[in-house]
Design a protein around this ligand. Structure first.
Ligand code: ADP
Length: 398
C-alpha cells in the first residue's frame, strides 16, 4: 500500500482537536497534531506541533464561531505546508440507537446522527457540523465516523438492558457505554498480552470502567449517557433515581416549563455534581490533591467518594468476569495520579490486587503491581487517534 495521510478530527463543545498520521502497510506514523481551542471567545488558541513537539503554528486568533475555527484547520491543511489528507476519521460520541458500526459518512448518515442529538447533546451538534464542513472543504476525500460506543457493541443483553418498561427500551433507552476508542486502544496495545479477564479504568475528566473478556467488552459503567457509572469531574455517576425526583420537584416549584426543568436537572447531574459538587472547589484532580495537602476536608471527601466508587466497580466486574488477570489504569488521572491508584487498590489485596508502592510511584506506562500480586496492574496511556486511523484504513480497504 502507498503511504496514506489520514486526518483525525475530534470535536468538543469549545475545541477541535486534530492529528495527521501517515499509514503505510502496518506502520502508523503521527506527523503532527494540533487544536483550535476557545471557540466562542475573542482570544482563542490555534497550534500545530510536529511529532517531536516543535510548534509549527502558535496563534491566538479570535474564534467567534465554530465556522471560523474549522476554517483555520482546513486552510492550514490546504496551505501546502502539510500533506493533504487522503481520508478523514471523525470521533463521534454516539450515533444513537441505530448507528453502531463505524462507517463511511454520507450526507444522509449525518442527518440520521443529528436526529439522535439527545443521546450526546453536548457533542453531537458540533460533531455533525464539522462532518458537513469536512465534506464541503475536502471534496473527494472519504470521511469515516468512529464511534465511542463501537467497542461496547459486544456486550451481552443482560449488560446493556436497563430495568425499564419496553416502551422506553424500544426507543433506544439502554446502556451504550463510552470511552470505547480508549478501551479498544488498550487491548490493541496489549496485543498478544491481552489476558482472558481484563478490567480497564479510564479515569480522566470523565471516568468509566470496562470489563473485557478475551479482548471483547462484556460490561461497562457508563450507561445511556456518559453521566452514568462512576462519579467523575462534574457528573454524579450512578445515583438513586429518587435523588433526581427529589431535585426535580424542587426545580419544578420555581421553573415554568418542563424542558427548562429538564435542562436544570441535567446541569445538576452532569455539570455541577461529581468531584466539583462534593468539593465545592474544582473538578480537577490536581487542584483537589493540592487542597487535600492543605487539609481541605471537602476535597478529601470528594476524592474518597471517587476512589471508593472505583474500588466497588472493580469488585463487581471481577464478579462478572469470574476473577481477574489484569487491571489497567488509563486517562489523565489513571496515568498520573499516583495517590488515586494507591487509594483505589488499597483494600483490594484480598481480591488479589497488590500494588508495589515503589513501582506505582510513576507517571506513564508501567507495571505497578508487586512481584507476587495474583493480578497484574498496569498503567497504559490511551491511543484513541491511532484507533481511528486503523478503522479508516480498514474501512477504506473494504
Ligand atoms: P479528559 O477526560 O478531558 O480527556 P484527561 O484524561 O486529560 O481528561 O484527564 C484530566 C484529569 O487528569 C484532571 O482531573 C487532571 O487533574 C488529572 N491529571 C492530569 N495530570 C495529573 C497529575 N500529574 N496528577 C494528578 N492528576 C492529574
Amino acid at each position: 500500500m502507498a503511504s496514506l495521510p489520514v486526518l483525525v478530527l475530534n470535536s468538543g463543545s469549545s475545541s477541535i482537536k486534530f492529528s495527521l498520521y501517515e499509514a503505510c502497510n502496518g506502520e502508523r506514523t503521527r506527523l503532527f497534531d494540533g487544536a483550535v481551542d476557545g471557540i466562542g471567545t475573542d482570544l482563542g488558541k490555534f497550534w500545530i506541533k510536529d511529532a517531536a513537539g516543535n510548534k509549527l503554528v502558535d496563534q491566538n486568533p479570535a474564534l467567534p464561531t465554530r465556522a471560523v475555527a474549522f476554517k483555520l484547520v482546513a486552510d492550514a491543511l490546504h496551505s501546502g505546508d502539510f500533506p493533504a489528507p487522503a481520508a478523514i476519521g471523525h470521533r463521534m460520541v454516539s450515533g444513537g440507537p441505530t448507528i453502531q458500526e463505524n462507517q463511511l459518512i454520507t450526507p444522509e448518515l449525518i442527518d440520521e446522527m443529528e436526529r439522535y442529538t439527545a443521546f450526546a447533546p453536548l457533542h453531537t451538534p458540533i460533531a455533525v457540523y464539522i462532518m458537513r464542513e469536512a465534506l464541503r472543504l475536502f471534496p473527494g476525500v472519504p470521511n469515516f465516523v468512529c464511534l465511542d460506543t463501537y467497542f461496547h457493541r459486544t456486550m451481552p443483553e443482560e449488560a446493556w438492558r436497563m430495568p425499564i418498561p419496553e416502551e422506553y427500551a424500544s426507543i433506544g433507552v439502554r446502556r451504550y457505554g463510552y470511552h470505547g476508542l480508549s478501551y479498544e486502544s488498550i487491548v490493541y496495545q496489549l496485543g498478544t498480552e491481552t489476558p482472558a479477564r481484563l478490567i480497564v479504568a479510564h479515569l480522566g475528566n470523565g471516568a468509566s470502567i470496562t470489563a473485557i473478556r478475551d479482548g471483547k467488552c462484556v460490561d461497562t459503567s457508563m450507561g445511556l449517557t456518559p453521566t452514568g457509572g462512576i462519579i467523575s469531574g462534574t457528573r454524579t455517576g450512578d445515583i438513586d433515581p429518587g435523588v433526581l425526583l427529589f431535585v426535580l420537584r424542587q426545580i419544578a416549584a420555581e421553573t415554568p416549563g418542563t424542558a427548562e426543568a429538564a435542562d436544570k436537572l441535567e446541569t445538576f447531574a452532569s455539570k455541577k455534581a461529581g468531584l466539583l459538587g462534593v468539593s465545592g472547589l474544582t473538578n480537577d484532580m490536581r487542584g483537589l490533591r493540592d487542597a487535600i495537602a492543605q487539609g481541605d476536608e471537602r476535597a478529601r471527601m470528594a476524592v474518597t467518594l471517587f476512589t471508593r466508587t472505583i474500588s466497588k466497580w472493580i469488585g463487581s466486574f471481577m464478579a462478572v468476569l469470574g476473577g481477574l488477570d489484569m487491571l489497567v489504569f488509563t486517562g489523565g488521572i489513571g496515568e498520573n495520579d499516583i495517590a488515586s491508584r494507591a487509594e483505589i487498590c488499597a483494600g483490594l489485596g484480598p481480591l488479589g490486587i497488590v500494588l508495589d508502592p515503589a513501582r506505582n510511584n510513576v507517571r506513564g506506562e508501567a507495571v505497578i503491581s508487586s512481584e507476587d500480586s495474583p493480578v497484574t496492574v498496569r498503567v497504559i496511556p490511551p491511543a484513541e487517534d491511532l484507533m481511528i486511523v486503523n478503522h479508516v484504513v480498514r474501512l477504506l480497504a473494504q
